[in-house]
Design a binder for this molecule. Structure first.
Ligand SMILES: [Zn+2]
Length: 254
């Protein structure tokens, strides 16, 4: 519970858009995990298995609400100052904590992604699963995970890119390659040495593409730095109690 509950809670918050749903998902899924530990096959890691059942639970909740108006967090709600602040002060990889403003902005941008893209970004770039582990959790091929991941990273960067990017630097050249998608493939180890060299040569002479690559790295660093939330105390208590009942052994009181 200590190790997995906060991660499942964050997953639920991002995928379900709703704190109450996220609390239910944590409670239901961790309890389901405890109940079925005996049948758990060790062919996948415990976290992969847990994300798989949490993903299933969130998808089911989304389907149930399909007749309800679709809740989309609009990026228009972010004002220009916030976007610029985000772009100018995005943390280096060493930074481990985001400001509240950055966290809110990143969350809104992440939630604006299509669920199919959001879930791969969440598992790969926020939760840090490998592409094969994310594929295992989602029941997809590694190739499908990577293709969604590249689209998600491109979309997230676009959502967070400051409008001034094209103003502050030289205008994007007409025949620029898609450096953002190429960088994403490179980060997954899927860019050939030849293509990589060609990209580097282009970036060397193209300030706007250099800026674009830098902003991808900043966005990914922010994803990795996003804090794991604290599961609400009442949910922890209910879960602890349920686990205690389920295992019928003494679980140390909090
Ligand atoms: Zn360029």
């Amino acid at each position: 519970m200590t190790r997995f509950a906060p991660h499942v809670y964050r997953f639920g918050m991002t995928m379900c858009h709703d704190e109450e749903d996220a609390r239910d998902v944590v409670q239901d899924r961790l309890l389901a995990m405890v109940r079925s530990l005996k049948t758990y096959g060790a062919d996948s890691s415990l976290s992969t298995w847990l994300y798989a059942i949490a993903h299933h639970a969130c998808a089911k909740r989304r389907r149930r609400r399909v007749s309800a108006p679709r809740q989309v967090v609009s990026l228009d709600r972010l004002d220009g100052a916030d976007r610029n602040r985000l772009a100018s002060s995005a943390p280096s990889p060493e930074v481990t904590a985001l400001s509240n403003q950055q966290r809110t902005t990143l969350e809104a941008a992440t939630r604006s992604l299509e669920p199919a893209q959001r879930v791969v970004l969440l598992l790969r770039d926020v939760e840090g699963l490998s592409a094969p582990a994310a594929a295992g959790a989602l029941g997809l091929s590694v190739a499908a995970v990577k293709s969604r991941l590249h689209r998600a990273r491109v979309s997230l960067r676009a959502a967070l890119a400051p409008l001034r990017e094209g103003v502050a630097t030289a205008p994007r050249r007409h025949r620029c390659p898609d450096v953002v998608a190429a960088l994403s493939r490179h980060l997954e180890g899927d860019l050939s040495a030849r293509d990589c060299a060609a990209m580097e040569a282009h970036i060397e002479g193209c300030p706007s593409c250099r800026t674009a690559c830098e902003s991808v790295r900043q966005v990914l660093a922010m994803c990795q730095a996003s804090a794991v939330p604290v599961v609400p105390a009442a949910t922890q208590d209910r879960l602890r109690e349920a686990i205690r009942d389920c295992l019928a052994v003494d679980v140390p009181a909090r």
